[in-house]
Ligand binder design. Structure first.
Ligand code: ATP
Ligand code: MG
Length: 419
């Protein structure tokens, strides 16, 4: 990609005070554009990051044996009335709209109801189960406050997975696998060691559901992290217990945190309300045992920005960066241009994603923009750039050094994640 052709230019001025840090950083760097409070457009650079997150998630969903589908955004009132979740008293963040010809539709904020109803046409006998399906889709929630940038959108991207099992045991086995899978997803996305698995109330069978919480000042949740085993408990659980439910430890550290995902045992609440039953091996009708498992895809992008930045801009974990390498051509001149082109082609041939700053601009401006965009590796090509086959290489925030091309390619590829 040539930077002179890049759709969005970085901006010197930060957006208005009062914006969350993630929104300020990502807006300045040209990743997102605010349309309304809590409603963001993903510009080409931002979409690249989202796609990388989605790719990591799809790999892990595949490994769980889950199939991807896409449910509708527009929701049929009737099915939500059956579970008691249509009324604004029961769910206070619905966006609803009138339908021509009569009636009302809602914009989906989650999808248990339509999916459970859909499954009544697909599940008859125990042989049809278990079923694991997921989608990555824009959700709509009329949130009361939307001042946290990508962390709390009124329109946001979610991955939601649903499981339908024959028994509680089968459900629990899958639930445990999803828990591990989520930790791998967050590790791969650059949050290794940053996620506290947190017990929250709710969920049938097991007393708890689990949240995946990233301690951060920008977080809207409060968690209490056990100093002995690292497990978190939310406020509600903390008020009921003096010791860690996981290890019995007695001291907790209170932290603000961002919920990047959560997993929930639903039991038979939805399958009973919507008549999703199957014949077991002895021919008896049983209700399917369900679970739902969410990840905030766009919130995850905002979380990473909240965690990894300095006063100059974002510092992307390699797996999420919009490019693997930022090639900075500085100083001008025909020879510099020729070398930069040559290196660009060579890096592409090694399957690296490269952003080539080929603009007519001062070196200082190019470096400042590179800092804002936050690509983890930088290759600098100028008049004094050393021998053929050697590159001047810099990691974001570190000093530059000379490196043979082959060595650099290995280093840059080790962290990449191709979509
Ligand atoms: P929260 O407690 O933050 O309001 P939730 O518990 O209602 O979220 P779920 O309905 O379980 O969230 O949604 C699954 C995931 O979607 C959450 O774990 C979170 O990462 C993400 N998410 C929820 N609401 C939003 C939002 N308004 N903007 C961005 N991401 C969200
Ligand atoms: Mg929550």
């Amino acid at each position: 990609m040539k930077q002179s052709r890049l759709f969005e230019k970085t901006r010197r001025e930060a957006p208005a005070e009062g914006e969350a840090e993630n929104a300020r950083l990502l807006t300045r760097a040209g990743f997102i554009h605010k349309e309304l409070a809590g409603v963001y457009t993903f510009l080409p650079l931002g979409l690249k990051v989202l796609r990388k997150i989605e790719h990591i998630i799809r790999q892990e969903m595949g490994a769980l044996g889950a199939e991807e589908m896409r449910l509708t955004v527009l929701q049929d009132r009737g099915v939500w009335e059956k579970t008691g979740r249509w009324s604004d008293q029961a769910v206070d963040n619905w966006f609803k709209t009138k339908v021509r010809g009569g009636g009302e539709a809602g914009l989906g904020f989650t999808h248990e109801e339509p999916l459970t109803r859909l499954m009544t046409g697909h599940i008859r006998s125990w042989r049809d189960l278990p079923v694991f399906v997921y989608q990555i889709q824009t959700k709509f929630r009329n949130e009361e406050r939307a001042r946290s940038g990508l962390l709390r959108g009124r329109e946001f991207l979610m991955k939601d997975l649903y499981s339908f099992c024959r028994s509680r045991e089968e459900h629990e086995e899958f639930y445990g696998k999803v828990k591990q899978s989520y930790l791998r997803i967050f590790d791969k996305a650059g949050l290794s060691g940053k996620v506290a698995v947190t017990l929250a109330s709710g969920g049938s069978f097991s007393k708890h559901s689990h949240e995946f919480q990233v301690p951060a000042e920008a977080g809207e949740d409060t968690i209490h992290v056990c100093e002995k085993c690292g497990t978190g408990v939310n406020d509600e659980i903390k008020s009921e217990t003096a010791v860690c439910p996981e290890c019995g430890g007695g001291s907790f550290k209170k932290r603000k945190a961002i919920e990047v995902g959560n997993i929930f045992s639903l039991g038979t609440r939805f399958s009973e309300a919507l008549g999703l039953s199957f014949d077991d091996e002895s021919g008896r009708a049983k209700s399917a045992v369900m679970g739902s498992y969410g990840i905030g895809v766009s919130r995850l992008m905002g979380t990473v920005a909240e965690l990894f930045y300095d006063q100059k801009g974002v510092i992307w974990p390699p797996a999420l960066a919009p490019f693997d390498v930022h090639l900075l051509e500085v100083g001008g001149g025909a020879e510099t241009r020729r070398r930069a082109e040559e290196i660009y082609k060579e890096l592409l041939a090694h399957d690296l994603e490269v952003l080539h700053d080929d603009r007519e601009a001062r070196a200082g401006e190019k470096f400042a923009d590179a800092d804002l965009i936050g690509v983890p590796w930088r290759v600098i090509v100028g008049e004094k750039s050393g021998q053929e086959g050697e590159l001047e290489v810099e990691r974001r925030g570190e000093k530059s050094s000379m490196m043979p091309l082959s060595k650099f390619v290995r280093a840059a590829k080790s962290g990449q994640s191709h979509v």
